[in-house]
Design a protein around this ligand. Sequence first.
Ligand SMILES: Cc1ncc(COP(=O)(O)O)c(C=O)c1O
Length: 454
Amino acid sequence: MTDTLHSEVLTGGVEQRRQLVTEVPGPASRAWQARKVTAVAAGIGTTLPVYIERAGGGILVDADGNHLIDFGSGIAVTSVGNAAPEVVARVQHQVAQFTHTCFMVTPYAGYVEVCEALNRLTPGSYEKRSALFNSGAEAVENAVKIARRFTGRDAVVVFDHAYHGRTNLTMAMTAKNMPYKDGFGPFAGEVYRAPMSYPFREPAPISGAEAAARAISMIEKQIGADRTAAVVIEPIQGEGGFVVPAAGFLPALSAWCTAHGVLFVADEVQSGFARTGAMFACEHEGVVPDLVTTAKGIAGGLPLAAVTGRADVMDSVHGGGLGGTYGGNPIACAAALGAMATIEQHDLVGAARRIESVMVPRLQALAAKYPQIGEVRGRGAMLAIELVELGTTTPNPALAAALSAATHQAGLVTLTCGTYGNVLRFLPPLVIPADLLTEGLDILETAFATVTAA
Ligand SMILES: Cc1ncc(COP(=O)(O)O)c(C=O)c1O
C-alpha cells in the first residue's frame, strides 16, 4: 500500500501527524467549554469538547495545539477533507463576487450548475430536476411535500431505527426518542413506521425479500398502498446504527413502490457522495429511487442540501411552492461544485473502497479477539462495530461510550450511534492518509485492551 489512499493527499496545509501536547481536552479548550456553558443553550451538546482552530486531510488541530486523527468528518460531512483546495478556491472566489441575492429573486449560475451535477451524479438515467435547501432535514421535508403534491396522497412510511432530522416533520419520521424527540411533541401526522431489515437483530435469520414482505404487509394492512405517498428510507441507516439491510430488501421495496404508484425516496444525506464506495449507497443494490435527498458530503462543510428526482415528480409542484431565503446560497453552491469536482477528479469513490479494504480486516480481527463486538458492518468509509454484553446480543452502550472516550484521550475522534447507543462508528475523511488510518486503528485496538482490562 502506498502512503495515500487516493491520488494525492489533500491536507488543507495541515501537517498530517497525530500529536498530543496536552491532555484532551487541554486547558485552552476547557476554558472555551466553560464559556460555552454560560453562552450556549444546554440542549446543544458536544461529543468531544476540543475547540478546533484548523483542520485538513485526516487531522483536526485544537486550541491547545493537539493534532487529532479524524474518524468522524464532522458527522460524514468533510468527505473531501476540511479546507479542500478546490472548495477553498471556489469559495474564496465566490465570496469576493457576491454573497447572496436569493435565487428566487435574481438567480445565478452556481445554483443551476449544482442541480445539473446532481441530476448527472444521482442514480437513474431518466430526466431529472433538483431543488436546493440548507439542511438534510429541510431536504427530507421537501421530498415529502413534493411526494404528497405529486401523488395526492398523505401517508409517509419510514422505518424502525430511522433518522431523518430534528424539525417537526422529520422528528416524526425519526425513530429514537432520546435525545431527538423527548418532550418536543406533538409531532406531524400521517407518518407510519414499518419494520426495518436489521440482520444482526432479527430473532431468526430472514432474507431481504422476506423482510421487505414483512414491511409491505404492514403498509398494506395498516395504511393502504393507495393512501401512501412515499416510502422514505436510508439505504444504510446512519444515526440508527449503520444498519445495512439484508440484500434484496431495498430492491423489493422499490419494486413494490413502483407497482403501486408510491414514490421511493432514498435519504442519502449521510450515505451519499462517495461515502460508501459508490457515489450513492442505493447503487450497491442497483436501486433507482424516484427522489434522493442529499446534504452533508455535498459541499465540503458548507450548509447545502438537495432533493433530486424524476422530472415529472419534481415539476408537479406549482411555481413558488418550493424554496427558501438561503437555499442554494451562492457560496454553498461554489463549495459544492468544488467538492463534487474533488470527488470525481481524485476518485474518492475508489478511496472509500480502499479505506474499507484496510479497515474491515482490522475490525474483523478485533471482533475475533473481543467477542463484545457483535457485528462489524457498513460499506466503504461508513463502517461500525456493534457492541454487546459477552455471550449475548444485549446492547452494551457503556462499552461503546468507554471505547469512544478512550480513543478521544488518545487523540482519535470517534462517534457513537445506534438506537441502543451501542454502536461505535467510523467516518474518516475519504482523503485521510493511509498511515493515519492505520494509526487510528492501532489506537482503537489499544482502547479495547485498556477498556476491557479495566
Ligand atoms: C439520513 C439523514 N437524514 C437527515 C439528516 C438530517 O440532516 P441535517 O442534520 O443536515 O438536518 C441526517 C443527519 O444526520 C441523516 O443522517
